[in-house]
Design a protein around this ligand. Sequence first.
Ligand SMILES: [Fe+2]
Ligand SMILES: [Fe+2]
Length: 155
Amino acid sequence: MRNLSELLDIHQDLERIFFRHQQKLLHFEFEAALSILDEYERALLKHIEDENTHLLPIYIERGAIKRGGAAQMFFDEHEKLANHITFFKEEIARMATEENPDKRLIWLIEREGFFKKLCDHHDIRETDFLYPELDRITTDEEKLELLGKVTCNFP
Ligand SMILES: [Fe+2]
Ligand SMILES: [Fe+2]
């Protein structure tokens, strides 16, 4: 039997893309860093869209929402994560035109460190609350149908 929790693997796939992006930053390859960040953004937004549209409505409708697992928090965190990426893209585009980008680069990497912590917290909350509850409240047929709808876009 398949479970919706298997979608949590997408978080690790996202981490891997973000790591490639940061590798490019470390080598001052800003164009490449930006293009991988675009790839990351597309994958992140697709995953967020899947959760917001297909999974969270079921959780809201039928889930036993525990303390720390409020649905609104997931929506808010999704928005926060997406906003961070928009901001990082602007900063990298600016850096690419700077003669001495060291200062901005250090600052950006630190901000990205904060972003990664947000991702970790989000992952923990989805692992602890959202996905176990979704697995519990959906039938096998529904699970398959939902997995079909949210087929991930990773190679
Ligand atoms: Fe997720
Ligand atoms: Fe999420």
